[in-house]
Design a protein around this ligand. Structure first.
Ligand code: NAP
Length: 245
């Protein structure tokens, strides 16, 4: 019997949940529990970590899960690695629904870096304004780097940077809005993760229009796994997998 687990927390996971619900498929949606008011999903929903690879494998067995969809954020590396390992251990098919990476367009000035520490190193350290658009985790490499930071979180949260202005706002964001924000805070650099997708793309268009350099943090490399880019492709895979072909 088909019983799907969606590892969620993204816009794409929500779209996948709607597609599965409309198709009448038996599925459970899982949130990490990071936000106080998670978006309601049209599927039975559970919240919180599983307890590592072992905990996830146990959950998969206890709930008779037949397929796992990893629709977590491309930077949710720990969850994605655990899903690969737990599915390998239990023999349950795994598929990732992943948005394509952003690519630089004409007029963009992007400096590609491998991780957060390299992003901090890539900044000039001259006290100028930096829009540090990387969420609320992984901010410590930027401590003591001598910039005025602009942070944008989806909800109020503590952060370690003393010289920071925090804007609380949940996407999708607009180009006029991000242009105004970056001008108002006299931003000289933008630091972002290569998340992909439309909801957070406006800041890159605003940076291009303002001639602002972008420090682009690459996605973490993961072990090989089956990846699709849309719910429609994923439904095709589910049909394929159900026939056991
Ligand atoms: N990282 C980002 O930039 C980002 C951006 C937007 C949204 N999100 C979403 O926020 C959540 C947390 O992201 P993260 O980067 O902190 O994850 P992470 O570092 O990959 O995961 C850390 C731990 O959180 C738990 N976890 C993560 N996603 C979960 C899920 N969907 N359901 C149940 N447990 C989950 C797991 O705990 P156990 O080991 O105990 O199972 C996992 O080992 C994810 O659902 C992700 O899709 C992340």
């Amino acid at each position: 019997m088909t019983r799907i687990l969606i590892l969620g927390g993204t816009t794409e996971a929500g779209a996948m949940a709607r597609t599965l619900a409309e198709a009448g498929l038996n599925a459970i949606y899982s949130y990490a529990g990071r936000t106080a008011n998670p978006v309601a999903q049209p599927l039975p929903t559970r919240i919180g970590g599983f307890g590592g690879i072992e905990g996830l494998a146990q959950f998969l067995r206890d709930n008779a899960i037949s397929h796992v969809i990893d629709a977590t954020h491309p930077f949710a590396e720990g969850m994605s690695r655990n899903a690969i390992a737990a599915c390998a251990d239990t023999g349950i098919p795994l598929i990732a629904l992943e948005r394509p990476e952003w690519a630089a367009a004409s007029g963009d000035d992007w400096r590609h870096v491998a991780d957060y520490a390299a992003a901090a190193e890539a900044l000039p350290g001259d006290g100028s304004g930096v829009f540090l658009a990387i969420g609320r985790q992984n901010l410590t490499p930027f401590l003591g780097r001598g910039h005025r930071w602009l942070l944008r979180f989806a909800e109020v949260a503590a952060h370690p940077l003393p010289d920071a202005t925090l804007i609380v706002s949940r996407g999708p964001f607009s180009v006029p809005g991000d242009l105004e924000l970056m001008k108002r805070h006299a931003i000289g650099h933008l630091v972002t993760k290569n998340a992909g997708g439309r909801a957070a793309h406006a800041k890159l268009e605003a940076a291009r229009m303002l001639g602002i350099p972008v420090v682009m943090i690459a996605r973490p490399a993961l072990p090989e796994r089956h990846v699709v880019a849309s719910p429609a492709q994923l439904m095709g895979w589910l049909g394929h997998a159900e026939r056991g072909v």
